[in-house]
Every structure is written in structure tokens, then in C-alpha cells.
Design a protein around this ligand. Structure first.
Ligand code: SAH
Length: 212
């Protein structure tokens, strides 16, 4: 795999991401640099670079590569910024954000996923702070964040996320818009209030309450 994964990741970026109009070269380079096969369970390694989400256990998924790229582009982040992710899952999105030079805090409500993502990222020397907790509360200790990304579908922007987003900051989240439909929301914290813009339709697992 050692030789081929870079080719697979490069092809993935060319075919699935550039082909669908993600243009930010730093985002493309970040996606090409992360070994996605190390974030999927052994039985799915052969499909790691395929154009779809994959199961990671406990009814959760690692997002489709295109969706990771699209959300990352919508963040308009620059190196050195701080970011809070809600929904660590496999840790793949966190790794892409770290590859962009961001300082990453990521919250996961399923303990064994939090622990395995923390270990996986640590083993790969990827600097991400994984927190086991209910992400609806954000992670106040290190707030405010320049960016916030939610990787589970939510019916509302939680008040704590707004509170923990820096002035000038941007939040990207999949929102339940109508029954069965989700859409990516970009929410900017501007001096005179929040400004929302709507982007791709998408399909994420639900944001759940409490801890597992
Ligand atoms: N970003 C992940 C994929 C996210 S799947 C990756 O790159 O692999 C959605 C994740 O959100 C799941 O792991 C799920 O357990 C988690 N989740 C759902 N509700 C949550 C909550 N309230 N707080 C924290 N994590 C939550």
C-alpha cells in the first residue's frame, strides 16, 4: 500500500474533487497528503479512496472525500487558525484540517471512537486534541475558535457554537432543512450579527444528544 496510496489519493483528488469544482489548491494538497486507508476499518481498506462514505462502526461513517473537501474549502481557513470540529469519527477530517496547518480541537460523543481516533492520530504524529464529550456544548475551554465545523446533521445551530465562534469566524455545518434534506450552512460571525449562506445538499448521520 505504501507506494500506491499516494497515487490513489492523487487520483481521488483529481477525479472526485477537482472534477466537482473544489478549487482551493491548499485544500487539494491537504486531501492528497492524508492516507485515508489508515482511517477506515480493515474490511474497507480496498474502498478507502472510493467516492463514498464508509462505515466505521457504531452506525457512524467516515465522510465521502468530496464532502470533506467541500466543507474544508467553505471554511476559508488559513494556517495557524484554531478550529473546533464536532464529530471526530475516524479522525480523517481532523487530519485534513491539521494538514492545512490549523490548530484542531475535535469532540466525539462515542467513547471508543474518541479513543481510537486519538490513538490513530497520535501514532501518525498528527497534532489534534480529541475530546470525549457532547459536542452540542462545543468545547468552551479553548474558545473562541476562528472556525467551527460540524460533521453530523443538526436541526439548529447550538447557542454554544455561536458563543464559541470568534468575531470574524466562520462555522460550516450540515443543517436539516426539510424532511430528509440537509444542506451545508456557512455562518459568519460579523460585527452586526450572523450571516448565513446555503450551499450543497448533503447526507450526514445525525448529531445525537448525550454520551455513549
Ligand atoms: N468527521 C468524521 C465523520 C463524522 S460522522 C470523520 O472524518 O471520520 C459523525 C460523527 O459525529 C460520529 O462519530 C458521531 O458519533 C459524532 N456525533 C454525533 N453526535 C455528536 C455529539 N453530540 N457530539 C459529538 N459527536 C457527535
Amino acid at each position: 500500500m505504501a507506494r500506491e496510496w499516494r497515487n490513489e489519493a492523487t487520483d481521488m483528488v483529481e477525479e472526485q474533487i477537482v472534477g466537482r469544482d473544489v478549487k482551493d489548491v491548499r485544500v487539494l494538497a491537504a486531501l492528497a497528503s492524508v492516507p485515508r486507508h489508515l482511517f477506515v476499518p480493515p474490511e474497507h481498506v480496498s474502498a478507502a479512496y472510493v467516492d463514498r462514505p464508509l462505515p466505521i462502526g457504531s452506525k457512524q461513517t467516515i465522510s465521502q472525500p468530496y464532502m470533506v473537501a467541500k466543507m474544508t474549502e467553505l471554511l476559508s481557513a488559513t494556517p495557524g487558525m484554531s478550529i473546533l470540529e464536532i464529530g471526530t469519527g475516524s479522525g480523517y477530517q481532523s487530519a485534513v484540517l491539521a494538514a492545512l496547518g490549523l490548530r484542531v480541537w475535535s469532540v466525539e460523543r462515542i467513547e471508543h471512537l474518541a479513543l481510537s481516533a486519538r490513538k490513530r492520530l497520535g501514532d501518525m504524529n498528527i497534532d489534534v486534541n480529541v475530546i470525549y464529550g457532547d459536542g452540542r456544548l462545543g468545547h468552551a475551554e479553548n474558545a473562541p475558535y476562528d472556525r467551527i465545523i460540524i460533521t453530523a446533521a443538526t436541526s439548529r445551530v447550538e447557542p454554544e457554537w455561536d458563543r464559541q465562534l470568534a468575531l470574524g469566524g466562520i462555522l460550516v455545518a450540515p443543517l436539516n432543512v426539510t424532511t430528509g434534506n440537509q444542506r451545508l450552512l456557512v455562518r459568519e460571525n460579523l460585527e452586526h450579527g450572523f450571516r448565513n449562506t446555503w450551499h450543497d445538499y448533503c447526507k450526514f448521520v445525525p448529531l445525537l444528544t448525550g454520551l455513549d
